[in-house]
Design a protein around this ligand. Structure first.
Ligand code: CS2
Length: 480
């Protein structure tokens, strides 16, 4: 078997990079080079490299070495499998030039970030990577990794620490800063990133904090593409379609959306050539995506898991769940959005089709992980808005009740659940005794208005009982 690499690329049976890789230079450092980035931003960049070769990507993994170990022997090349029903379209992506295993090569990463050729530092480090306190929106100095970086800011391992140290080097060298481009599913993700970076800088070097506040841009973005974790079947299919063995292909759906706030240091990269959109205000898009897509995704993940389903396409194929999701969108989520109603309804129609794609093996457990980091922006904000306007929230309360059961670690038949969440221990403890009251009292999760609302507490307690009495499918059917 021949392995995918620059040397073997000519043997591939499919489309490879449409530009000369040798002429591409690095303009972007991407922190958190997981499957999502490789199916999203890296594909947009792959398109724009045909016109402008200065935007190649150097990726970094901040925690594990597995991506770097898989892709380094492949010269960063990998296969993208775009799945739509029965058809899969393969393509070899060449925009990732190199992958740095950050824990082992910190200096290599920092000097690349500090190099003036790097004009963008982008991030997909997931919600928990920001080390921020959801309640205050500020850097969380009690987070163990952040605290360690604050004690040794020249040897950082977190994203805020790395960004601040790289910016310090640029300021000291008299160089211009880079733009920090957050591509995670957080509300106001540019502002959140700006806040944690400036809190970190203020705490370690106040003059640097002022320099960052004046000189660095943190545009907000809305990123959207469903990317299930890679499975062995994807590796086998990549080989069958390309004729080259790929240690880590990525499978995804045809849909891709990237909306970026037009606010950059220096020239803005022509990401629009690869299909991204530049707008002056990302917030309406971001809110629609987080509440409609991610909110219903999380509810389907917890309810679907409790009903015994493995994949999202199975959950949405169940008419009770489908009816429940549509009702939740219509009655409880869409009324909180500022996007025009027609855009929201088109988005919902497209979402149903995307969720139903049977070729996407998107596991409920993948979406269920890290609920404590995800639900504040996916569900709790929507609930707060509905409470404030006396609108209904019973379906969202069912989603919260399903999460409480899931996160406490035991399913409806008494079997253990392998909960993955940075707060898994707190959540398990909260599940003992009056789980609903304990969860609502957990710090840094619900706003006071939501946690202390009598009607909301009653709704969650009611749906929690319904779930235990009749199970997830019947609970959803009653609200469909
Ligand atoms: C999902 C998202 O894993 C999850 O929690 O809800 O990753 C979702 O697939 C993407 O945000 C889609 O753009």
């Amino acid at each position: 078997m021949t392995h995918l690499s620059l040397a073997s690329l000519g043997l591939a049976k499919v489309r490879g990079p449409a530009y000369d890789r040798a002429g591409v230079t690095a303009g972007i450092v991407h922190l958190g080079i997981g499957a999502f980035h490789r199916a999203h931003q890296a594909v947009v960049v792959d398109d724009l490299l045909t016109v402008d070769p200065k935007w190649g990507i150097v990726g970094a993994s901040l925690r594990r070495a597995d991506t770097s170990e898989a892709l380094t022997p492949q010269d960063g090349l990998y296969t993208l499998l775009v799945r739509a029903g029965a058809s899969t379209t393969p393509r070899i992506i060449g925009s990732v030039l190199r992958i740095i295993d950050a824990p082992r090569h910190k200096e290599g990463l920092l000097s690349r970030m500090a190099d003036p050729a790097t004009r963008i530092v982008s991030l997909t480090i997931t919600e928990k990577g920001y080390g921020y306190n959801v309640a205050s929106g500020r850097l969380d100095g009690t987070n163990a990794d952040i605290a360690a970086d604050l004690r040794a800011p020249r040897l950082p391992k977190t994203a805020p620490g790395l960004i601040v140290e790289a910016l310090r080097r640029r300021r000291d060298a008299g160089a211009a800063p880079f733009t920090v481009l957050c591509c995670d599913n957080l509300p106001h993700n540019g502002a959140v990133t700006a806040q944690v970076v400036s809190d970190f800088a203020e705490a370690t070097d106040p003059a640097l904090g002022r320099w960052i506040a004046t000189n660095v841009a943190f545009p907000a973005t809305m990123v959207d593409r469903i990317v299930p974790a890679t499975a062995d079947a994807d590796r086998a299919e990549a080989f069958a379609l390309t004729g080259l063995e790929d240690a880590w292909p990525v499978a995804t759906e045809p849909f891709l959306q990237w909306v970026i706030e037009d606010r950059f240091v220096g020239t803005r990269p022509p990401f629009d050539l690869g299909g991204a959109e530049y707008v002056s205000d990302v917030a309406p898009y971001e809110m629609m995506k987080l509440r409609m897509l991610n909110g219903s995704h999380s509810m389907m993940a917890y309810l679907g898991y409790l009903a015994g389903y493995e994949f999202i396409s199975q959950v949405i194929a169940d008419s009770d769940f489908c009816g429940f999701v549509e009702a939740a969108w219509r009655e409880e989520i869409a009324p909180t959005l500022v996007m025009p109603a027609s855009a929201v309804s088109d988005y919902a129609t497209a979402l149903l089709k995307r969720f139903s794609n049977p070729a996407l093996k998107h596991r409920a457990t993948q979406i269920a992980m890290d609920g404590s980091q995800k639900l504040p922006q996916r569900l709790f904000g929507t609930i707060a808005d509905n409470l404030a306007k006396s609108r209904p929230f019973e379906r969202l309360a069912l989603g919260v009740a399903a999460w409480i059961i899931y996160a406490a670690g035991t399913d409806l038949k008494g079997r253990p659940i392998a909960v993955q969440d940075p707060r898994a221990d707190d959540l398990k403890r909260a599940g003992e005794g009056d789980a609903v009251a304990n969860f609502l009292a957990l710090p840094q999760l619900f706003s006071a208005e939501v946690a202390q609302s009598g009607p909301f507490r009653e709704a969650v307690a009611r749906q929690y009982r319904v779930l235990r009495e009749v199970g997830a499918i019947e609970a959803a059917r009653r609200l469909a």
